[in-house]
Ligand binder design. Structure first.
Ligand SMILES: Nc1ncnc2c1ncn2[C@@H]1O[C@H](COS(=O)(=O)NC(=O)[C@@H](N)CO)[C@@H](O)[C@H]1O
Length: 422
């Protein structure tokens, strides 16, 4: 959500953002509803002023005049009541339209239609070379009995997964390594539910628009969030924080649920794209200052890179173009890890800076040192998401004998073991 005054004063900038982000919104309709609402409110104020003035005359009026004044008062009250439905309808329409207004992309964001126009910024790490024919992650899981994808498909349908034996320890080890890395970076650890009220999805910006991605719970006013960003973003909804409380930095582990509507046929094999996964999420609330927000963006990106370097996974950093960054973002980078079996980099992390766009929708505020009420800025980035991270991990660290090497940073989480599957 953007400030209505900002939209009125910068209509062309907002129109450009709508166009380059491909957002389905007619700004002229919003500005028309806004103007009509201003006129309605003005007319209502005039009527209320007249009614108040009229009411003041009644006690001083003579008997014959009093009846006329009281009748006038009743007419005015009736005219005011008659305006109510139109006023409510315009207020609701404007609110719904405002929720669709995209954030203004940072000047550095490349204009593009979709992810094919994201820009590669840099590559890190050395791509693996194999003296043997490498297996893909499903073959490695099957070789070691580390998953039972057939049985779980009978239990839960497609895009489900079940890990067994050392793969379970590996998943836990990677998650705990990510949590420790973020705790060492000063983040407050959180373990939270994915069950959320619908308005929390409006707060993050998933709604309106992303309804088909979200599982709903029948008979309850609850839905299953696709990322801990959703519950954590609403932890402080409706609160007024103190500037001294900022930045708030959370590292939140939760289950994440996604219908993957629209992904038919993509990544149907194995662990890449499933309906329920585990994610450690970095979520931050900072002061309303772009320089500070951009610095925090680099910190969140750096945290994820620290984790990937510890896992010894080669990756690249992409800057998302306007058509692949979503309505609420000012700036967004994806991290993609090398997947040998695909001979491609695949997304494992997504880092975003959203200015005050989420705080406005969620009703998070803070009082700055001058005592002024402000909307803070919010950011988020993936810390680690499993089982997707297991795809590059298993494939990159596989050895000729089919065992999987454990990078040094992970050994303390696996009882010191240097190899899995021996
Ligand atoms: N269906 C899925 N199955 C497995 N992993 C997924 C799935 N969807 C997303 N992920 C993982 O979750 C990461 C973050 O998802 S995201 O939608 O890109 N971004 C967010 O959710 C942000 N809150 C930052 O984490 C992805 O980079 C990917 O690693």
């Amino acid at each position: 959500m953007l400030d209505l005054k900002f939209i009125r004063d910068n209509a062309d900038t907002v129109r450009h953002a709508i166009q380059v982000k491909g957002v389905p919104l007619d700004l002229d309709e919003l500005l028309r509803v806004d103007r009509e609402l201003v006129e309605l409110r003005a007319r209502l104020e005039t009527l209320q002023a007249e009614r108040n003035a009229n009411a003041k005359l009644v006690p001083k009026a003579g008997a014959d005049e009093r009846a006329a004044l009281i009748a006038r008062g009743k007419d005015l009250a009736e005219e005011i009541r008659a305006q109510e439905p139109a006023l409510r309808a315009h207020e609701d329409a404007l609110k719904q339209l405002l929720l669709r207004v995209p954030n203004i992309p940072h000047p550095s964001v490349p204009v593009g239609r979709d992810d094919s126009e994201n820009v590669e910024l840099r590559r890190e790490g050395t791509l693996p070379t194999f003296s043997f024919t490498p297996l893909d992650h499903v073959q490695l899981l099957e070789k070691h009995g580390w998953a039972d994808l057939e049985r779980v498909a009978r239990v839960s349908g497609s895009r489900s997964y079940l890990l067994k034996g050392d793969a379970v320890r590996l998943e836990q080890a990677i998650i705990n390594y990510a949590l420790d890395t973020l705790a060492d970076a000063g983040f407050t650890l959180v373990s939270t539910t994915a069950l959320v009220r619908p308005d929390t999805l409006v707060g993050t910006g998933h709604f309106p628009g992303g309804e088909d991605q979200v599982y709903k719970i029948e008979g309850a006013d609850l839905m299953l969030a696709g990322t801990a960003e959703v519950p954590v973003n609403s932890l402080h909804a409706g609160e007024v924080l103190a500037e001294a409380d900022l930045p708030v930095t959370y590292a939140a582990i939760s289950a994440a649920f996604r219908s993957e509507a629209g992904s038919a046929g993509r990544d149907v094999r194995g662990l890449m794209r499933v309906h329920e996964f585990k994610k450690v999420e970095q979520y931050v609330i900072t002061r309303a200052d772009e320089a500070e927000g951009l610095a925090m963006f680099e910190r969140l990106l750096g945290n994820a890179e620290t984790i990937l370097r510890g896992l010894e996974l080669p990756y690249r950093v992409l800057q998302n173009c306007t058509g692949d960054m979503g309505a609420g973002k000012v700036l967004m980078y994806d991290l993609e890890c090398w997947v040998p079996s695909e001979e491609k980099y695949r997304e494992t992390h997504s880092c975003s800076y959203l200015g005050d766009w989420q705080a406005r929708r969620t009703g998070i505020r803070y009082r700055d040192e001058a005592g002024r009420m402000q909307f803070p800025h919010t950011l988020n980035n993936t810390g680690i998401a499993s089982p997707r991270i297991l795809v590059p991990f298993l494939e990159v660290h596989q050895q000729a004998d089919g065992t999987v090497r454990v990078p040094a940073a992970l050994r303390p989480y696996l009882g010191g073991r240097e190899v899995l599957g021996a």
